[in-house]
Design a protein. Structure first.
Length: 213
């Protein structure tokens, strides 16, 4: 019986990992664009970037998921719950990742940039060879932390009918009348996934540190 429950929730774990991986990847790409807007010399773009970050960091993720899930069909866009879940998670994490990236760029030493200009590098070369690599190294721990937070927050997608770990645990608890067992297994899955993600992030961070050295 226990092994059967572990296998059933394992299917939800696959969905959780898939949704989280897509959201964190696409969210990072969107976060780069939002960060660029936040750092733009154009006041209008800075305002749009700030408004995006303020909105998606200010609205609870649960509310955002429900809003997207019900809004899209209302405007004639019929998508599965999993697509609505990915959209909500992506838009939310992009706001946090944009701020992480902005902090990284702002912490790049001005002395390095001035030195690069003195040796004849143009703005594009300085961005690609100096500012971007340093900023990415600085924000890498924050990106890993955001991925862990997103993985845990993905449990909320169960409210829009996505068969993730939490949803499968709820169904299992309802059908077997053994909620403690079901949610204990679910918690163990989340813990295991976060340990793997944290360990992988630490290993990559050490590799980046050795490369920098």
């Amino acid at each position: 019986m226990l092994w059967t429950h572990i296998i059933l929730l394992g299917q939800g774990a696959i969905m959780t990992v898939a949704i989280s991986a897509v959201a964190i990847t696409v969210g990072f790409a969107l976060g780069v664009l939002v960060c660029a807007a936040r750092l733009s010399p154009v006041a209008g773009l800075r305002g749009l970037g700030a408004a995006y970050v303020s909105f998606f960091r200010g609205v609870p993720l649960l509310v955002m998921l429900l809003l997207i899930y019900h809004l899209l069909p209302a405007i004639g866009i019929d998508v599965p719950g999993v697509v609505a879940a990915i959209i909500g998670l992506t838009l939310s994490t992009a706001a946090y990742q944009a701020e992480n990236l902005r902090g990284g760029f702002l912490n790049v030493g001005t002395g390095l940039v001035e030195a690069a200009r003195m040796v004849g590098l143009n703005a594009r070369q300085i961005l690609l060879r100096i500012r971007l690599p340093i900023a990415l190294r600085l924000v890498f721990p924050a990106v890993v932390n955001e991925a862990i937070m997103l993985l845990k927050a993905s449990s909320l997608v169960s409210v829009v009918g996505v068969a993730d770990i939490t949803r499968d645990a709820q169904n299992l608890a309802s059908s077997t009348y053994r909620p403690i067992e079901a949610f204990t297994i679910a918690g163990a899955y989340y813990l295991l996934l976060n340990i793997v993600l944290s360990g992988g992030g630490s290993s990559l961070s050490r590799m980046l540190g050795r490369h920098r050295a």
